[in-house]
Design a protein around this ligand. Structure first.
Ligand code: GGG
Length: 403
């Protein structure tokens, strides 16, 4: 039996609400698979902990997390504590201390979800942002001199190491090869203005690209990349960018694929020396905290990414399939994507679909489509029609079998 020891940090705002649903999904997976078990240690760290102790996590918090197989994280942020205190006190130290240099942020326009961009069909937007996660613009390097005086000096440095830059760019190419979709990697910088770090990044991108002649490459300035993500997001496959740029790009990508409430994120330590961390891209969302309407699907998709990382790809596909089906049937959805259900009701529905094991739940829409294409002459491009097609084929088979 595979047993995984998980650290769970629900954190702030809607974090506890969505993490509760992520945990229920893990429990359902374990209950339905005799070969799989999870143990959980939940940590009460975040802004309330800060109000009590003056720290977002204890002095030895990172050491406490060190031995876990993975970390499931909710959100951090509080309306009454400056954001730079909350972020630098909990989330960013975890990414750095555990050398989680590769952040994977997929954005997919699911069947059943409406893009705010007119005319975009399901499956048409399908991209992954690979974010450098431990250095760049988020490196805590800088200082303030003579604060509050007329000759105040403030320095905030960007840090680009060869190790970190090569690692993230190579991770993007490797991801692109494994994904095998459009076989294209887009690097995003601002090297016309930032002539040291970003020019260096462009050079490393060229060097690494030479190792992958089968992959189409493109280098864009970040302003152009932002425009194109809105104008023609379907043109992107894998995008790779620095810490800040990829953070911004992944918010745009989340919104054009329907909602921040659907966007998961994996913070990976590629060497597997330390635990990796899985979280929704969205933050604490104070405006809806406590209303019970936060979309849990980003967290549930992050749980799927965690299962995949832990070496449980079948369980990951079951969870992805249930998310996909929940969206496709449009019966139980939270208000951010046009529904009126609560966080818990969406969690209940995902559990029901996991238990029911409908045609898509076992394998996910992509695999269902390629399997059907191999078997039948005519298969719709729109994955939202796959369920209907399967039902039609079932009925036909029943008729032919004389039922
Ligand atoms: N669940 C992610 C979260 O709490 N995000 C808050 C935030 O501001 N994150 C910035 C970042 O991901 O770098």
């Amino acid at each position: 039996m595979a047993e995984y020891n998980l650290a769970v940090i629900p954190g702030d705002g809607v974090g506890p609400e969505v993490i509760a649903e992520g945990r229920r999904v893990l429990e359902a997976i374990a209950a339905s698979d005799a070969g799989l078990n999870f143990t959980y240690t939940q940590f009460p760290w975040g802004s309330d902990y800060y109000r009590e102790t003056g720290l977002l996590m204890p002095e030895d918090g990172l050491q406490q997390l060190r031995a876990f197989d993975a970390i499931l994280f909710g959100a951090v942020g509080d309306p009454n504590i400056p954001d730079h205190i909350t972020l630098n006190g909990l989330l960013l130290p975890m990414r750095r201390y555990f050398d989680q240099g590769v952040c994977i942020r997929p954005s997919y326009l699911y069947p059943g979800v409406k893009s705010p961009l007119e005319g975009k069909k399901a499956g048409e937007i399908d991209l992954v942002i690979i974010r450098e996660n431990t250095e760049g613009e988020y490196a805590p390097v800088g200082g303030r001199l003579y604060p509050g005086t007329p000759h105040e000096i403030v320095i905030q440095s960007n840090v680009f190491t060869r190790r970190g830059t090569e690692r993230i760019i190579r991770a993007a190419f490797e991801y692109c090869v494994r994904r095998n979709k459009r076989n294209k990697v887009t690097s995003v910088t601002k090297s016309n203005a930032q002539a040291f770090g970003m020019v260096f990044w462009d050079e490393v991108f060229q060097e690494v690209a030479e190792e992958y002649p089968q992959i189409e490459t493109e280098s864009l300035l970040v302003d152009r990349a932002c425009m194109d993500l809105v104008r023609w997001p379907e043109a992107f496959d894998v995008m790779v960018a620095s810490n800040l740029f990829a953070d911004i790009l992944s918010d745009i990508a989340a919104v054009v694929t329907g909602s921040m409430g659907l966007a998961p994120s994996a913070n990976i330590n590629p060497e597997r020396e330390y635990p990796s961390m899985f979280e929704p891209v969205h933050g604490a969302a104070f405006d809806i905290t406590g209303k019970g309407i936060a979309n849990p699907l980003a967290t549930i998709s992050a749980v799927a990414m965690m299962l995949d990382h832990l070496g449980e790809p079948d369980a990951a596909k079951r969870v992805d399939g249930a998310v996909s089906q929940c969206l496709n049937q449009r019966r139980v959805l939270t208000p951010d994507i046009g529904g009126s259900a609560t966080t818990t009701q969406v969690g209940d529905e995902v559990l029901r679909l996991l238990g029911e094991g409908g045609p898509l739940t076992a394998e996910g829409p992509e695999r269902a489509l390629s399997r059907l294409r191999a078997k039948f002459d005519v298969v719709p491009d729109d994955v939202s029609l796959v369920d209907e097609l399967i039902e039609e084929r079932r009925q036909q088979a029943r008729k032919e079998g004389g039922e």
